[in-house]
Design a protein around this ligand. Sequence first.
Ligand code: BES
Ligand code: ZN
Ligand code: ZN
Length: 512
Amino acid sequence: MSSIFQILATKASGTSIPKLDVEIIPVFQNSAKKIHWPKGTMPEALKAAVDRNTFTGAAKELEWVQRSNGKGALYVGLGSPKGLTGDAYAFNEWIDQVRQSGAMVYLWQKRTRLAVSATQVKDWESSSHGSPVIDRVIRAFLEGMALTAYEFDRYKSKAPKKPILSMKLHLVGNLAHWAPVVKDLHDVTEAITVTREWSNEPSNIGTPEFFAKSAVVFAKKFGLRAKVLTEADAKREKMGLFLGVGQGSDRDNRLVVLEYLPKSKRKGKTVALVGKGVTFDSGGISIKPAGGMEHMKHDMTGAATMFGAILLASRRKVKNHIVAVLAFAENMPSGSAIQPGNILQSRSGKTVEIINTDAEGRLVLADAIDYVHKWKPDVIVDAATLTGACGIALGKQCSALISNDDEVSNQLQKIAFENWERLWRLPAFPEYLDDMKSTVADLKNANDSRMAGTITAAMFLKEFVKKGVPWAHLDIAYTAYDMAQVPYYPKSGASGANVRTLAQFAGEFGSG
Ligand code: BES
Ligand code: ZN
Ligand code: ZN
């Protein structure tokens, strides 16, 4: 699980520049989309590529110029900067092009097996965009490289033929300035790797018990408080919905509570993170069709994402107090499974008629959301691979956001766009709840029509958020895995998306 890729901040003095295979040289475009060449004459070989029009400096373009013994310069196009004068959307969009360019460099190095690279900060500065912008640009580029360096190959019995044992990038510049950035990038990579590993784990190994044990191990390493509730504990807590979902499975539920306590007490807010941890979603008695059912091992990615977020926030030693509740259960059909028509009682006391046993995520989350009020949170955020309807509404380009609070919603969305893990808000008009009212119980777990499925699921959750508590729900069903269209996500399997946004939100909520 340790990354084969390492970024090092290296002091900018002649002798400390490492022996390198690849020197990475950034190339920007001007506003007319022509190469912006800031200093001296362009090297012959690059000029030839420019004349041939094979290298234009557009984002994600690469041009390799060999020098001697296999070593040389890799020119990487970063496009023309956008949004420098205040258009935040355009700026964030361009920054993501830089992140994607970093991904292309990593993939190129992996292919060519040139394992050691370096880039000089002054090459980036000479593009004259000003220092705060350059900081964002370099960070995004390195982040793109780091995020790409992941593969889920633990279960391949044969290792790839000529494995690259390690890959290093030296960022040559002001050590004091860049060392903390590099450290944070390692923390980001570490957290996202944990999220991806959890999400990719097949459900024969990745059972509720497995994730609970794994969480406790990580909690120790990261200095988090951890508590695991068994089914007996959940019974005492009257979590009838949570238990109902796991009832048909031979594998017992687990509810994991993790707590990050800041050193400086009483300054920050309490942020609650709740994650759907359905380790396999067969649909239960309302069984899913066979095609693609293997993807339902990822149905615990909400929990994996919140786990990554609290790990990262704790590494950053943020001021807020963070509580994460990860609700693990397996949804299976069997003689003991819940059935359509059953009525279950939630921890909050509200009763729920089961219409469709495949609408299990909201059941698991409802009791977890109710439970987390114990910590008197200033905000509750939940994340879940909750509805197929989310893909119909928004595709893979963003995740859905539904909230009862404009301020929380705006802050989340702003952070999400900065990280290019875009969130799009859908309405929570009270009339949507009408579809979730049962004639025989307080609520039903699915509406009869298939209309507004992402919203009606959120409206169900909202019924378990106490009055006056700001809450936001993220439906990550279509961004959690198989995000091949983005080069810094794996070609298939867990993406690790939304960890950066949620960690940043957990750290920054209530400040600024
Ligand atoms: N885990 C699924 C949602 C899902 C679908 C995630 C596709 C990722 C990809 C969820 O538990 C589910 O089955 N939801 C149902 C709800 C319906 C029965 C009201 C759905 O979306 O079809
Ligand atoms: Zn389901
Ligand atoms: Zn599910």
